[in-house]
Design a protein around this ligand. Structure first.
Ligand code: ZN
Length: 262
């Protein structure tokens, strides 16, 4: 067994996993104290997309890794697999290739999503995301494959888990809120836009918006409103230097999972 790092404390349980490619992973459950680190910025809204994976309300455009070359390979092998005799040696070899490519894509995606979510969560006190109807969107057959490759769902759960771990606030905006149909500076509603429209000039205030950035700003505003709404149980201020959020975090043990590749 190859250790990538020492365990921070004695593990309470160990799980051994074997994947389709034949690699073994050992997963430990350990208890660690996570010190409370105040965030640099107050809040961020994130709009998720296909071409640019994420657009933040701060005007950052984050590209997703290119999966298409690997995805094309998978499709080629899968066509080959369909022609081969089920259960034969060659069929098994092709199957192994497909599994390996799927794993490579998953590794690239997880690496990208982990790095991005960690950065967004550590930098910001509040993260606001849109509740996407992924199941419904996948029904659009021309985009289904591209949407499935993105991993929006994984990204959302990563953000939620890391927010809980680092005492950040996590808000999800209702999918019925029309984030791309309203002006983020004046609230004017211009209605539904075709997907090809990338830039909008507001008829009311004259501001020029990038489509995705405008959506991210709207998501941020709704997230902050939602968090300050007393109906939602607790009122958390997002002003900088504010220490309302969980002040006992530094002493609360958090269970995290460490995975060690073998
Ligand atoms: Zn406007």
């Amino acid at each position: 067994m190859v250790w990538s790092r020492p365990l921070p404390s004695d593990p309470s349980s160990v799980t051994v996993l074997k994947n389709k490619v034949g690699q073994y992973h050992v997963s430990f459950v350990v208890e660690v104290d996570i010190p409370y680190l105040p965030a640099e910025y107050e809040a961020v809204g994130v709009d998720l997309g296909i071409k640019t994976f994420a657009t933040t309300s701060a005007g950052e455009f984050i590209e997703s890794p290119h999966y298409d070359r690997l995805d094309r390979k998978i499709r080629r092998f899968q066509r080959q697999l369909a022609r081969q005799v089920k259960g034969s040696k060659r069929w098994q070899r092709t199957k192994h290739c497909v599994a390996k490519l799927h794993l490579t894509i998953a590794n690239i995606r997880n690496d990208f999503l982990h790095k991005l979510s960690t950065r967004l969560v550590t930098e910001n006190q509040l993260i606001s995301l849109e509740d996407l109807n992924v199941k419904g969107m996948v029904k659009n057959r021309t985009l289904a494959r591209a949407i499935s490759l993105q991993g929006w769902g994984i990204f959302r759960s990563m953000c939620a888990a890391k927010c809980a771990m680092l005492a950040r606030e996590f808000q999800v905006i209702s999918r019925w809120e029309s984030t791309s149909q309203v002006c983020s500076s004046c609230g004017y509603r211009w209605g539904k836009l075709d997907l090809s429209v990338r830039e909008i000039v507001c008829l009311n205030c004259g501001a020029t918006h990038d489509r995705d950035e405008n959506a991210a700003m709207t998501i941020l505003r709704s997230g902050v409103e939602q968090s300050q709404d007393p109906k939602n149980g607790h009122r958390v201020s997002v002003r900088p230097g504010c220490q309302v959020v969980c002040d006992d975090v530094s002493t609360r043990p958090v269970v995290i999972q460490l995975s060690l590749g073998v």
